[in-house]
Design a protein. Structure first.
Length: 724
């Protein structure tokens, strides 16, 4: 049986709803006491060609679920599978089951499938006025992109001609000659999906920053330190301040120079495909500069005039304004790098630009765009639009998560059900509502069962003390001088969660996205006594607690499986060389005496110190070193490799150890047994002959994009199997 997701009208975020609207909506949205009869699971690597997991996978999933399961083939167009339970269970039992499933490394995300009907709201009214002319379309498996044949068929089906605009990974952007209403585009997308050559088709819709800006000046950052409504980040800082090699992508309006941010920025990209919206004289380019998003009255489907807010810089400052530098504000993360990815401009942005930005942020190659050599472990999207999570956006989420990325989004500012707004309603995304200083939901925040967690977003009170302070520009239209501003919105709740997630990943880079969510939700504080959120569970698991979340994250080298030792990775920037070692003495020496030359990357895998500690079948790993022009090391568990290097005296290689550590190895296809993760190996293909070993899928993508050569077994090029 094939089950398709509900595909209602897609539209955009509307105006801020009044508090009384939210009150009515809460009364109408109390969850029904229906029993749970199935769970939905997205497997790492997607659904198999048959649409049904094989017997071994089903057995594994049943073990995690704690009960027999029946797979339903092709539950969604993007490859998630519905698993039918043998008997209905209550919500608490289902939640515990979902938690066990999503924390498994073979699972990208897991949830209880719920049919959502978008409620009529002010956002829907605004959406009805939107116009568009493009689709994101994915061809069915095995269908060739023969556009000379396909385009006439598609045109005949929808009644108007179409053209191919470009390809983004496996998705094609198709355009019409004339703009149509969102309702018409949605109907056309539904007709295209009935064509046997089409896996899915989504109408491109407009996204908006999730903010409620106000005037500048705020004297303190209460979201970080307030005992009632803050997130207690100072306790987190006592344990972790951020890993320099970790990347946090901010998909937003772009970035501007600012003394509190400049040292943290990586080269980003501008994905706005409409020059008029971009305001920089062209479409996509390598400069993610925020040109301002001011509008005149009537510019954006009848919306009133507004000044520029420089939203992307504000969000970036919450995550990573330079801390302990004697100026300005403090960011959550002191050391990790910010990747500015521009997808929003005048009148917001489109879902296709956000889709490309997500894919590129995760390191996926995009035609016509330079490779991203710094794939993000955290992707922040303080943006959204009214409508369901379309298939292309869900697939982008799945692909980014498969690269190891944690994705965080704003729930929305319409005092409406969060399930009505994408991309926060996409499966696997951490969806964040906004809390006020009194530890209750703000007047504007979206709410409901699709909210995962709440974090301070600021609210309007009798003075400025309830708003959020961050980096900004003093321009009202075009960019001005760097300054600090204030505002409110779920846009500013999401980066607090992104920043804390980045601290957790800095403390343990081997965390999966599912485990990050579980720790965040498991360490929340309760909402204030007598608040609406305390009385009705529609505001997520609770209030973000940075100190507890980071403290509950066991460091990478503190979770070694029985009988193993951590193999710690270092990087030397002047040589662009990596080094791994399992020797406690060598680790102590490097950390104490060579830290100016070799820095920890945070990368760790696990191996066995001796043959006696290792399981049957584990192999010794040889280690060689060479001085001079090579100045590098070489590791292998292949005895033939070890012999070849030993005989390569001409290049100066000498043996350091014939058994540096012991470890299990993958099968002929590069696959590891259950309870293990693959360790990928890369070679720099240079005279200095350096290797890199990593279990981090985002780092694997980074090395491919940096043109290092995969140097292992099978299509994934793994060489070791690290126990977990």
């Amino acid at each position: 049986m094939t089950i398709r997701l509900v595909r209602p009208l897609r539209a955009v975020l509307g105006s801020l709803a009044h508090f009384t609207v939210m009150t009515v909506a809460i009364a109408l949205a109390l969850p029904a006491m229906a029993s749970v009869t199935s769970v939905r699971v997205m497997l790492l690597g997607g659904a198999p060609a048959s649409g049904v997991p094989n017997d071994a996978t089903m057995t594994h999933l049943e073990t995690l679920a704690g009960m027999p399961l029946v797979a339903v083939a092709g539950a969604t167009r993007t490859g998630a599978v519905d698993l039918v339970l043998p008997a209905a269970v209550d919500d608490a039992t289902a939640a515990a089951m979902v938690k066990r499933l999503r924390e498994d490394r073979a699972v990208l995300w897991a949830e209880v499938p719920r049919r959502v009907t978008l409620a009529k709201s002010a956002s829907a009214d605004v959406a009805a006025r939107q116009m568009g002319y493009r689709f994101m379309l994915k061809l069915a498996p095995g269908v060739d992109a023969d556009w000379a044949s396909l385009l006439p068929q598609f045109a005949a089906r929808i009644g108007v001609p179409m053209a191919v605009e470009r390809q983004v990974a496996d998705v094609w952007v198709l355009s019409l000659l004339q703009s149509q209403s969102q309702a018409t585009l949605a109907a056309m997308a539904a007709m295209l999906e009935q064509h046997p050559a089409v896996q899915y088709a989504d109408a491109v819709r407009r996204m908006q920053p999730m903010r409620t800006p106000n005037d500048p000046m705020l004297s303190q950052q209460w979201p970080l330190i307030d005992a009632v409504g803050g997130v207690d980040v100072t306790s987190a800082w006592s344990l972790e301040t951020g890993l320099p090699g970790l990347t946090i992508a901010v998909i937003d309006t772009g970035i501007l120079p600012h003394p509190d941010l400049d040292a943290r920025m990586l080269p980003g990209y501008d994905f706005i495909s409409d020059p008029a919206s971009a305001r920089d004289g062209d479409a996509r380019d390598s400069n993610p500069r925020d040109e301002g998003d001011w509008t005149d009255a009537g510019d954006c489907d009848g919306a009133p005039a507004s000044n520029s807010f420089f939203h992307g810089m504000f969000v970036a400052g919450i995550i990573g304004a330079s801390t302990d530098n004697g100026i300005g504000v403090a960011g959550i993360n002191w050391n990790s790098r910010i990747l500015p990815v521009r997808a929003l401009g005048k009148c917001g942005g489109t879902s296709v630009d956000v889709y490309e930005a997500m894919m590129w942020s995760a390191g996926v190659p995009i035609d016509g765009v330079p490779l991203n050599t710094n794939p993000a472990r955290v992707i922040n999207m303080s943006l959204g639009g009214f409508g369901s999570c379309d298939s292309a956006t869900q697939e982008a989420v799945d692909i980014a998560m498969s690269q190891g990325a944690v994705i965080v989004a704003s729930a929305g500012n319409s005092a409406d059900l969060a399930a009505n707004y994408s991309p926060g309603n996409c499966s696997g995304v951490i969806n964040v509502a906004a809390s006020a200083r009194g530890a209750d939901l703000t007047s504007y925040s979206n709410f409901g069962s699709r909210v995962d967690i709440a974090a301070p977003g600021g609210d309007f009170g009798v003075d400025d003390s309830t708003l959020i302070l961050s980096t900004s520009s003093d321009g009202t239209t075009v960019p001005g001088a760097p300054t600090y501003g204030r505002g409110a919105g779920t846009s500013f709740s999401a980066p607090l969660v992104s920043g804390v997630a980045s601290l957790m990943l800095s403390r343990n880079v081997n965390l999966t996205p599912g485990r990050v969510l579980s720790i965040l939700q498991g360490t929340t504080r309760d909402f204030g006594r007598g608040t609406r959120c305390a009385a009705i569970s529609l505001c997520g698991a609770g209030l973000l607690d940075a100190g507890l979340a980071v403290a509950s994250t066991v460091p990478s080298n503190g979770v070694a499986p029985p009988n193993t030792v951590p193999v710690v990775e270092y990087y030397r920037g002047d040589l662009d060389h990596y080094l791994v070692t399992s020797s406690a003495d060598e680790i102590a020496n490097i950390d104490t005496f060579q830290s100016a030359t070799w820095q920890r990357t945070g990368g760790v895998f696990y191996a066995y110190p001796t043959n006696a500690a290792a399981p049957i079948g584990a192999r010794p790993v040889c280690r060689f070193a060479a001085a001079g022009l090579i100045n590098s090391t070489y590791f292998s568990a292949d005895p033939v490799d070890c012999d070849n290097v030993a005989n390569d005296a001409a290049d100066g290689w000498h043996v350091v150890s014939n058994a540096e550590f012991w470890i299990e190895t993958p099968d002929a296809d590069g696959n590891c047994a259950d309870g293990h993760v693959p360790v990928y190996r890369f070679f720099n293909n240079r005279r200095d002959a350096n290797q890199r070993f990593t279990v981090d899928r985002s780092e694997r993508r980074a090395m491919i994009n940096r043109a290092w050569v995969p140097d292992g077994i099978g299509s994934v090029s793994s060489v070791f199997c690290s126990p977990i």
